[in-house]
Design a protein around this ligand. Structure first.
Ligand SMILES: Cc1ncc(COP(=O)(O)O)c(C=O)c1O
Length: 344
């Protein structure tokens, strides 16, 4: 039996499964149901997802966030297209080139200080339209909340969707932390996605307390016409779909998603407030979701990591990333702060 794992600040993916989700998986584990999604659990999950995002949508469960991003964009592009995204986006830096490999598209990264992209920056890539020597921009990919723990406002999103649609493009949103963004903006899922003009959403609840709860969500059903084939060819069609479905139902029913995201965000606020008092620590990004980015003295990083693992974000700048999750406690933060102070 491995030693009982301690909680750290490395990633919201390092947290376990919320006990209610695990219980729901166990409860669904009786008898036989038809595989591949033709079952009452999946039907119930679709029902509740539509209550949150709108009725006229198409939703497909996949195993992971990379799969959701890649297949969602694959469904709406040709290999001669390009995808405009933030330089820091998961699709650009953390998916091992899968978006390029499976869509064939060129990624056009936009430099960003805070993880967000703007229409002005997107315009930089808007050239060579209809010119056969250039890849043709088709998708703008945003991440909400961003990889840097910041959140796009509703206006910022709508400026991008409006620009995209005026220019015959589509907007994808990587919503691996959408629930954290919803809490941060004090809004709801539908308002910042469907109503804001997002076309394709990678909706993730894994970081919110799920086990593998990711869904490609199309707000324009014409775009999903052939998606079921892409999902199967892309090896992301689950046979035992019911166990993914109950994760969505459990998190989205009775506002468990909200409780979890609110808690994770609050813990990030508390962590940020406490480190802000330490002169050797400089917070580098606005803390708007469940991540804290900070520059700390280089020489203490590895010793601090021994007790509470976390990732270095930018080695040159000695910038680190601390993520909180639904199960982070104030005691974890206090212990971490004590350890940090003792090393300084
Ligand atoms: C912004 C973002 N998108 C997507 C993902 C999902 O990736 P995975 O394929 O590991 O589930 C992550 C996970 O860390 C992420 O941070």
């Amino acid at each position: 039996m491995p030693e009982k794992a301690k909680r750290g600040f490395a990633s919201d993916n390092n947290a376990g499964i919320h006990p209610e989700v695990l219980k729901a998986i166990l409860e669904a584990n009786t008898g036989h149901v038809i595989g591949y999604g033709d079952d009452i659990y999946t039907e119930e999950a679709m029902h509740i997802i539509k209550e949150h995002f709108g009725q006229d949508i198409d939703v497909y469960f996949v195993f992971n966030g990379t799969g959701a991003n890649v297949l969602g964009m694959k469904a709406v592009t040709e290999s001669y297209n390009s995808i405009i995204c933030a330089e820091t986006s998961h699709i650009n830096v953390d998916e091992c080139g899968a978006p390029e490999k499976f869509t064939g598209c060129k990624l056009l990264p936009v430099p960003t200080e805070n993880g967000k992209i703007t229409v002005e920056q997107i315009k930089y890539h808007m050239h060579g339209i209809d010119f056969e020597h250039h890849s043709q921009p088709k998708v703008i990919s945003t991440t909400q909340a961003t990889e840097l723990g910041t959140v796009y406002s509703l206006n910022e999103i709508m400026e991008i969707t409006q620009f995209a649609h005026e220019n015959n493009m589509l907007v994808h949103m990587d919503g691996a932390r959408l629930s954290n963004a919803v809490v941060s903006l004090n809004t709801n899922f539908k308002e910042i996605t469907n109503d804001a003009g997002i076309d394709i959403l990678s909706f993730g609840l894994t970081k919110n307390g799920g086990m593998n709860s990711e869904a490609v969500t199309f707000f324009n059903k014409e775009l999903s016409e052939n998606f079921k084939y892409y999902r199967k060819q892309g090896m992301q069609l689950a046979s035992k779909m019911r166990f993914m479905a109950v994760q969505f139902t459990t998190l989205l029913r009775n506002e468990l998603w909200l409780k979890n995201a609110r808690h994770a965000n609050q813990m990030a606020q508390i962590l940020a407030e406490k480190v802000a008092d330490i002169p050797q620590v400089t917070i580098t990004q606005k803390v708007e979701a469940n991540g804290v980015f900070a520059i700390i003295p280089k020489e203490i990083i590895s010793r601090l990591q021994e007790k509470f693992f976390f990732y270095i974000w930018n080695e040159d700048r000695s910038e680190v990333r601390w993520m909180t999750s639904f199960d982070t406690t104030e005691e974890d933060i206090d212990e971490f702060i004590d350890q940090l102070k003792s090393l300084l």
